[in-house]
Design a protein around this ligand. Structure first.
Ligand code: URA
Ligand code: ZN
Length: 364
């Protein structure tokens, strides 16, 4: 229903590589690293990009590290507030001894970027995952004192064994207790062998369109199966790309659980188990970075219209030809929200920003 309620437009899925991270990658020659080629920078973060061909990596310009470009992008696309997060592969790859200090320094640097535009920028922080449990929990505690930090971004590997690792439980509990939602984001995709011999003919389409969403779906399903959401019942997860394929597969996952003799024999199907549907409505938020009305309607039906949040994935997916206009990737996501929820409706306004303001407390 159309309404006169006014909410800001909030982009909760938008990345940065702060200047110090760019410097760090420039100093390296194995993944992840940055090379300078013909005076411009190229980022190599995926094994498929690390080839001898002249097209090694992908270009990274100032839109990745210059915060004024983020603000210009927001202004061009009518985004009032952005919750910025370090882009993949975060600090996953750092040696243990460097992780804690790197995370502190990076999270403080991102805070300072937010401080330059009070009320327009907030942040999801990065955890020192390779630094060990104590260092991670210490950083989670410290994050609570940061004025603009509203959660953490997390990949799917956790401490190296995935997100169903028992050793991660104290970390999930610390995040729950700190009321810091986890923005779960893919990076590693699926093993290259699944793309077949002709993978190189298809650019990045298969890993980005399918590998990323399936990685997220698998990671969160493993969390569900391991009982994370019963053991940390208030943990809040925001899933990238509308949960990958989770809204579409939730029924099948739930049915497979209910029909699994092994789970039954282990006593895991009894009272106290949260169903996939309950978890979707209690512990999970979905971004609206799904590029279609069909996908967005599935997200809304799975989690509820009050649990879906607009995002852009900037600075990824720019127009291939420099046109200077609005980005099709962003307009498609705007269009999907309007089409699925009704232009100007309370539900659309919630998805565009109201839900994010409420859930992430985006006021200063
Ligand atoms: N490609 C990436 O590597 N990361 C994103 O977030 C989007 C596209
Ligand atoms: Zn992203």
């Amino acid at each position: 229903m159309a309404s006169t309620t006014k909410y800001p437009v909030v982009d909760i899925h938008t990345h940065v590589y702060p200047p110090s991270y760019i410097d760090l990658l420039k100093s390296r020659s194995t993944i992840p690293y940055i090379i300078t080629s013909d005076g411009s920078l190229r980022l190599v973060i995926l094994p498929a990009e690390d080839t001898e061909s002249t097209s090694r990596g992908r270009p990274v310009g100032p839109e990745y590290y210059d915060i004024t470009q983020k603000i210009a992008f927001m202004d061009k696309h009518s985004v009032d507030i952005s919750v910025i997060s370090l882009a993949n592969p975060w600090l996953d790859w750092l040696p243990t001894e460097a992780a804690a200090e790197a995370a502190r320094s990076l999270n403080d640097e991102v805070e300072r970027e937010c401080e330059k535009y009070p009320g327009r920028l907030f942040a999801f922080a990065t955890l020192p995952l390779s630094g060990g449990g104590a260092a991670i929990v210490e950083e989670i505690e410290r994050l609570q004192s940061l004025k603009y930090t509203r959660g953490v971004i997390l990949g799917t590997t956790g401490l190296g064994k995935g997100l169903d690792d028992e050793a991660l439980l104290p970390i999930f509990k610390a995040l729950q207790d700190a009321k810091l939602p986890v923005f779960l984001h893919p990076h590693y995709g699926l093993p290259g062998s699944v793309w077949g011999e002709r993978a190189n003919d298809y650019g990045h389409v298969l890993p980005l369109a399918l590998g990323f969403p399936l990685e997220t779906t698998i990671a969160v399903t493993r969390m569900i199966l391991s009982g994370v959401f019963e053991k940390a019942p208030e943990l809040q997860m925001i899933l990238a790309h509308s949960g990958g394929t989770l809204p579409f597969l939730a029924g099948r996952i739930e049915s497979c659980i209910e029909h699994d003799a092994h789970l039954k024999a282990e006593g895991k199907l009894g009272e106290g188990r949260k169903t996939v549907w309950e978890i979707l409505r209690k512990n999970i938020y979905l971004d609206a970075v799904v590029y279609s009305e069909v996908g967005l309607k599935a997200a809304v039906q799975a989690s509820g219209e009050d649990r879906v949040m607009f995002g852009t994935d900037h600075p990824f997916f720019p127009p291939l030809e420099e046109e200077g206009g609005k980005w099709a990737s962003v307009e498609t996501n705007y269009g999907a929200i309007k089409g699925a929820l009704g232009s100007g409706s309370d539900e659309a306004k919630g998805a565009l920003g109201g839900n994010a303001v409420r859930v992430l407390n985006l006021t200063i």
